[in-house]
Design a protein around this ligand. Structure first.
Ligand code: GDP
Ligand code: ZN
Length: 319
């Protein structure tokens, strides 16, 4: 029995690498039962599995077991809302690449990303790229968001893939970890990936690689080894991870600044909308917040607006 890590899935085949660095193509043997998950794909990128070699010359193997996951992210199947597709597992952190213009990443998008990261128990980092294009307005916006997000525990960085300013710091953050990469198209994700994975541009042109497919033909998650220690997972087909599992009642648990206040609400089922004695609502800042107000009112008005807007998008009857 050999222990191996899943890098990519292509239909019924999985591309794996064992601890000695040997690559395998493997299929699932029989039925693998995974407790408590109704999933359309039993094995995900990032999973550790046990394999038995089938054909040593062709590097093919059978997957006989899957190891417990530390965490995983999933999304709803487009065909059946009761089925979940596990996108990736065993993540150390999630990194959102955002931009302030061309294109502008909305705060709503960032907050949904953060809520999903909280729900999946994955620490989140936000990196604003294209800093070389910023004028006064964008620099101020960056500073305001950095203050707001760092006050509630998220790391916020700036970088330019054009000038390479700030890139080394972001690269340093990836060392030794498995990082899920997210972001709208156009934010510079490919530029970033090509830089942290020096072999990638070359590999995408190869047609008969590992699985006989060019690396960018897949729309599923795919994991890559970094040039130094560490790995990144790219999810080209996933625009944002959905907030599929979260009941309305639970949403505020995934806003760290609300989580620390909600025990003080008068009602323990408080939704923090208009209930009497709501400690969250009482701590929402004015819209035109100044920095000396922020310690007095720990819930930023813009974050509260995001909360209400995500809440509204969750069906009342639950998922
Ligand atoms: P992706 O869609 O997120 O993969 O983004 P790309 O890496 O393809 O980049 C989209 C466009 O933005 C390309 O024209 C890049 O050259 C450009 N771009 C990427 N990073 C930067 C940056 O830091 N500054 C500027 N000015 N342009 C950038
Ligand atoms: Zn409340």
């Amino acid at each position: 029995m050999i222990k191996a890590l899943v890098y990519r899935s292509t239909g019924n085949w999985y591309d794996l690498k064992d601890e000695a660095g040997r690559q395998w193509r493997a299929r699932i043997k029989g039925i693998l039962r995974i407790d408590g998950i109704t999933s359309t794909n039993p094995i995900a990128v990032g999973d550790w599995v046990d394999i038995e070699p089938e054909n040593e010359l062709e590097n093919t193997a059978m997957i006989t077991a899957i190891r417990d996951r530390n965490n995983y992210i999933s999304r709803q199947s487009p065909h059946n809302k009761n089925l979940h597709h596990i996108v990736a597992s065993n993540l150390d952190q999630s990194l959102l690449i955002a931009t302030l213009k061309d294109p502008r990443t909305s705060q709503g998008f960032i907050d949904r990303f953060l809520v999903a990261s909280e729900a999946y128990h994955v620490p989140a980092v936000i990196v604003f790229n294209k800093a070389d294009t910023w004028k006064k307005k964008e620099t101020e916006q960056f500073e305001a968001w950095k203050d707001m997000y760092e006050a509630i525990g998220y790391k916020v960085m700036s970088m330019s893939m054009q000038t390479q300013n700030g890139f080394a710091e972001v690269q340093h953050l990836l060392a030794g970890k498995t990082t899920l990469l997210s972001g709208h198209s156009g934010v510079g994700k490919s530029s970033f990936l090509n830089r942290v994975l020096p072999g990638l541009a070359l590999s995408t042109k190869e047609v008969s690689g590992w699985s006989g497919k060019g690396m960018h033909t897949t729309t599923f998650a795919e994991m890559f080894d970094l040039s130094h220690d560490g790995r990144v997972i790219d999810t080209p087909g996933v625009r944002e991870f959905g907030i599929v599992h979260i009941p309305r009642q639970e949403l505020s648990h995934y806003f760290p600044e609300m989580r620390s206040l909600m025990n003080q609400c008068q009602f323990n089922n408080c939704m923090h909308i208009n209930e009497p004695g709501c400690a969250v609502k009482a701590n929402v800042s004015d819209l035109d917040i100044t920095s000396d107000q922020s310690s007095k009112y720990p819930v930023h008005a813009d974050r509260y607006i995001s909360y209400l807007s995500i809440l509204e998008s969750i069906p009342e009857k639950g998922w």
